[in-house]
Design a protein around this ligand. Structure first.
Ligand code: NAD
Length: 447
């Protein structure tokens, strides 16, 4: 058993030499701890990054994939720092990663092994959850190995959990989209769309009304539940994709039927051989190549699959095909240069740490031992508030600075989150009066 550990005070470890390591990115916010673990008995290799715990124990899922790198785990942990702060939760930011294809190793043994290695920090400084490659069953194994049910959230219902399989993240994404559209209609009614770009988004959304077209990239946990909850809101979904293909219908997909048909399939491309089920109508699905999702006219694009899916190659295609709004359901789906390009071209982006916070808000409710119903209610309340706050502050900024060029919700929301974490860090140092003064002066909010 081997456990390397470094803290922010002694971070110059051998690990800092590698150019792509997360800890080469340390700054005023963290990371507080970076642990690289290896268990020669099982072969398990893993990473835990605890980014910032000033607002509470670090919260973040365990990603189980061959492609996991320390640098990626760090970036995901940092996203969790902003996400928990934005949602006003008593959690900090952290993330775990296990490096292997979960289908090719003994998953239960590897989960147990990872849990054993990080036990000293769990749940006092790190509370786990599911992420890509991990499920409620893995959380059951993890919690038992740590010996504390508070070690993770997303556990099976039998263990008092509110599994992510109930679709809390997807529900939050649908709330994010609904809130954004309602806000745009509201500011148009009140003549507040000062920025040219916002004015163009408002006009487009207003004229389309109920016919706003949406596509979703990714049809896993987040993408499929986003589709379900958007359908409940009667929003028109014209396409969804997964790793195998893209199912498209410009008149709108029948989501309940698609979900039924997908029950017997493992991937979207299997729908091309869709056999009619006696009890419901047969549908001939139009299945395209997965990357053709970037080649169809749509109003709203929801990335719910990969990190970096919106990049220098795909961003111009979104603009060319009429996209006005991007709701980031995946974590870090937009590269920094694509983000600048899209914002400069008037695209309204609702950032990941606001749009996909439904999962962690649900986790908080589970952590408190409360019910599923309370989880869904709190998700709606908190996401509506955080998105309205970020949108309103962005518009206000346009008014204050007479800036008619663009609306950057990510930048505004980040400054709001940073202010919350900054104040908590001051409080941790015992500087209560300084923290209050800083808060009153809105330090670090650079409008
Ligand atoms: P998942 O593994 O259940 O689903 C991923 C989906 O993406 C699958 O349908 C897969 O086929 C598809 N996909 C993979 N490569 C693709 C490609 N090249 N083109 C199109 N589709 C592709 O994962 P998930 O839990 O739904 O997570 C998706 C994203 O949302 C991740 O970025 C994750 O970090 C983020 N997220 C998840 C949660 C959660 O509660 N599960 C919470 C917050 C954020």
């Amino acid at each position: 058993m081997n456990l390397h550990s470094s803290s922010s005070s002694s971070i110059q470890s051998p690990l800092s030499s590698g150019e792509s390591h997360g800890w080469s990115e340390m700054d005023e916010w963290g990371p507080e701890k970076v642990l690289q673990v290896y268990d020669p008995d099982t072969g398990m290799k893993g990473v835990l990054v605890i980014d910032n715990t000033s607002t509470g124990p670090g919260k973040g899922g365990i990603r189980f994939a061959e492609s996991v790198t320390p640098s990626e785990v760090f970036r995901l942990a940092r996203t969790m720092t902003w996400k928990c702060a934005s949602a006003g939760l008593p959690f900090g930011g952290a993330k775990g990663g296990i490096i292997a294809n979960p289908g090719k190793v003994n998953k239960v043994e590897w989960m147990k092994s990872f849990a054993k290695m990080i036990k000293p920090y769990c749940p006092s400084q790190y509370i786990a959850a599911t992420d890509v490659g991990t499920t409620e069953l893995d959380m059951a194994v993890f919690a038992h190995e740590i010996g504390d049910m508070r070690a993770c959230t997303g556990k099976p219902q039998e263990l008092g959990g509110i599994p992510h399989e109930l679709g809390t993240t997807g529900y939050g994404v649908s709330v994010a989209l609904k809130t954004t559209i309602e806000f745009l209609k509201e500011i148009k009614r009140n003549g507040m769309q000062s920025q040219e770009s916002l004015s163009s988004v408002c006009n487009s959304i207003d004229t389309k009304g109920k016919d706003i077209r949406v596509v979703i990239q990714g049809f896993g946990n987040v993408g499929s539940f986003t589709a379900k909850f958007l359908d409940d809101l009667k929003i028109k979904l014209i396409g969804v994709s997964d790793v195998s293909g893209f199912v498209f219908n410009n008149e709108g997909l029948n989501i309940p039927q698609l979900m039924r048909d997908m029950r017997e399939k493992t991937k979207i491309s299997d729908l091309s051989s869709n056999q009619s089920q006696q009890q419901h109508q047969q549908v001939n699905y139009n299945i395209l190549n997965k990357d053709e999702i970037f080649d169809v006219e749509t109003d709203i694009f929801i990335p719910a699959a990969l990190t970096g899916a919106i990049n220098d190659r795909t961003a111009p295609k979104l603009i060319e095909h009429g996209v006005k709004i991007i709701i980031e359901a995946a974590n870090i789906p937009t590269t920094p240069s694509a983000d600048n390009y899209l914002v400069d071209n008037g695209i309204l982006i609702i950032p990941d740490f606001l749009a996909n916070s439904g999962g962690v808000i649900g986790s908080f409710v589970e952590y408190q031992g409360r019910t599923e119903k309370e989880a869904f209610d709190l998700i709606e309340y908190k996401i509506t508030n955080s998105i309205r706050n970020a949108l309103y502050s962005s518009v206000q900024r346009g008014f204050n600075q007479n800036d008619t060029s663009r609306v950057n919700v990510r930048k505004t929301a980040m400054e709001i989150a940073k202010q919350i974490v900054y104040r908590a860090m001051l409080l941790r140092k015992g500087a209560i009066s300084v923290a209050r003064e800083a808060y009153a002066r809105k330090d670090r909010i650079i409008y």
